[in-house]
Design a protein around this ligand. Sequence first.
Ligand code: PEP
Ligand code: MG
Length: 931
Amino acid sequence: MTDVTATATDRAHRAAKRYVYAFGGGRAEGDASMRDTLGGKGAGLAEMTNASLPVPPGFTITTEACNDYFAAGERLPDGLWEDVLEAIGHVEQQTGKGFGDASSPLLVSVRSGAKFSMPGMMDTVLNLGLNEETLNGLVALTGNERFGWDAYRRFIQMFGRIVMGVSGEKFDEALDHVKEQRGAKQDTDLDAAALRQVVEAFLEIVRSEAGRDFPSDPREQLDLAIKAVFASWFGKRAHDYREYNKIAHDLGTAVNVVTMVFGNMGDDSGTGVAFTRDPNTGEKVLYGEYLTNAQGEDVVAGIRTPLHIRDMLERMPDIYNQFVEIAGRLERHYRDMQDLEFTIERGRLYMLQTRSGKRTAAAAVRIAADMVDEGIITEREALARIEPAHVDQLLRDQFDPASRVQAQKITAGLNASPGAAVGKAVFNADRAFEMAQQGEKVILVRIETSPDDFHGMAAAQGVLTARGGATSHAAVVARQIGKPCVAGCASLVIDYGTRSARVNGLGFSEGEWISLDGTTGEVFVGALPTTQARFEDQAELQKLLEWADRARRLQVWTNADKPEEAAMARRYGAQGIGLCRTEHMFREGERLDIVRDAILVAFQATRAKERREAGDSLSAEDEAAVGRFDEALAKLEKLQEGDFYGIFEAMDGLPVVVRLIDPPLHEFLPNHAEVLVEVTRMEATGVAADDPHYVEQREVLRAVEALREQNPMLGLRGIRLGLMIPDLIKMQTRAILNAAIARRRDGGDPHAEIMIPLVGHVNELSRTREILEAEARQVQDAAGMEVDYKFGTMIEVPRGALTADAIAEHAEFFSFGTNDLTQMAFGYSRDDAEGGFLLTYVERGILPENPFQSLDVEGVGQLVRMAVEKGRAARPGIEIGVCGEHGGDPASIAFFNEVGLDYVSCSPFRVPVARLAAAQAALQGAAERDK
Ligand code: PEP
Ligand code: MG
């Protein structure tokens, strides 16, 4: 055995950069810390080698070599090829075999391996080094002619497709043709002679499709394969995957060249994949599958249905026990659940890969909690390991148990990725993607999926396949992106031609609704109703969130408009209501009519009241308008008081921020075009002038026209509305305070905070405050009881942020309305941009992210930061939170933590997510300060 480090010195002389790292024989040049350079797989192979685990010798070409390859115009950088040849020499010495040596051929695999695992997204070539001569050597060495020819045909097929760009279907057709001729059902039914015939057909296909002979020189094969693996970094599916997972495009892939070991050398050989814990549930059991007499791609592609890993105990007990021991060691070493690939060649176990295993949300939470209990990781590490998206998934819908009993179940498969999915069946990934873009819910149904289907899987609600096991492509990818998946539904006959699927006479066609239960593996026709996942039943999640509560500084409040929502948010851990949008209550049932009634006469009545106060007497018509307005407001006041009572009750003891009316009034009236058409239609059909419906519609039309604005979002809304129609402020103030008084009388502990929206100038706020405080005084005097309430404002107009010091003089609290602040800082209409150009902007990279989803820290963030500083300078200790959509977005939460907000407020479902994100932000912030 040569010393691997000795060769490194030679290399260092040759090129300034180190492109190749060897491993084998218990020593490796790299280690686990070198993921950036060696990729995940390369770092894992090096680390396993160093740990004296049985790893076939090989070497890793760095990610930097990949980047330099592209930088040099797709040319291998200087010195790389020499390093590769030297490393091959090293492998030859380790194995005692020769690359291209007919008597003892060394065959290698050439595999991609990026820093972040991208399962199946890039290319791999196996059995490289074979040609007519080395094939003879392989046959002679193994004494197995069939095995040799099978290895050769697989190599030509893979290399032809991946490296030479020959369509995979051509090879499939030729293989099927020979199978048909020979009456063979499966590939394994073909004998050596038949496989030789397949090889000849394949070589001919390559000649005609690629316009050249299949390369027989192993060195040329290696050169081309390395370049093809580099190229696969920029392949479409890898690109799409990185886009979806927000992985940088400039990382590059490493290339691992590893001695081939064969799992298909007979019944004492095999290959498999296993997780050290169940990746669905997180349970501490070895979970995986294997196939005897098979090569790796047979397991992953789901071509043969594999056996459970437990079966190995009976069939190969020694190997099984060795594997269990290695699995345990690797898990303890990496302090995380591992995903392992192994091959058994004639009774000898080889480890081919170890990496942190992908897992479902439920498994992530359970594994993190269990590993803390087992003393493997700390609470803080557990918190860092859970992704906020995991928490989100755990609160996802399930099928309603009652309706599932009656539902038409047509089949069941493997429960590959949990959760309930409902959508229209679609049999093609492109189509699934297109339909989803148009807002349809779809389920992607495939015989099996391949990496080319990724975009369709990501766009679908769930995935259903007829073939493949728990580690098939469909299962692995679906779990990772959090989509429910039922795999390996063997009874399902899928016909791409007719776009339909059948089981025993039942079935469905494209466009028909189906429902999948990825937790049980069941498939139903029709759209089943779903119910929410029960947070209360998730003990591990609760435990983790309690740790999060101890670690975080930010409070988490919620945006809720109804008592039920408030109660749910409280169960999820909300510490207050940060935004109760009172106008949401205006739209329910009979209320809309009352609200409309008030709006129709609001301006007339308000002006009339002003004149009356100035000493004028009113016309009968004005008197009537005032009466109608007051009556409508009185009804609304009663209804609102009841609502607020319910919310204070649900949030007893906690702060409740109630925002006064915000939207432009036309939102409560019918659409202008509709009323105009109705009035015109009636007039055209000769309606009587005093027809009551006509009179009413005319009045509505007049009001709609009077309220029409070119830019309603920048028009009469928010505080402006309150100042124009002060009775709205007064009515809402009375409703809020009377509800608080009633709660106090009933023994409750209400904490009202009254919030004014859309303030841009301090005078707007000071005037509103006068009106509101006078009314509040009256309410308290009338009740003979003082109620504590806070008066504050939203900061959501850029001018409000810029003058936050002046505004703070009149506000006991600020709440950032980052939806409007984003709209006005960018000058994007939030109603239009998201459905329009904004998506294109993000797709083309003009904007890194949709700023309505994740706060634009660079721009809008400056306004937030400035307003916090100015507000705190003018009023030390002022309470500051955020209630825009960004309050539930983990990246934005990190920023809010950093600028020192007191709380974030988000929708009830996001509360647990925000609890975790706030803890992660605090821990991250502390780690950075400690640096
Ligand atoms: C905001 O603007 O961020 C906000 C919370 O208010 P709304 O979305 O109701 O305008
Ligand atoms: Mg707003």
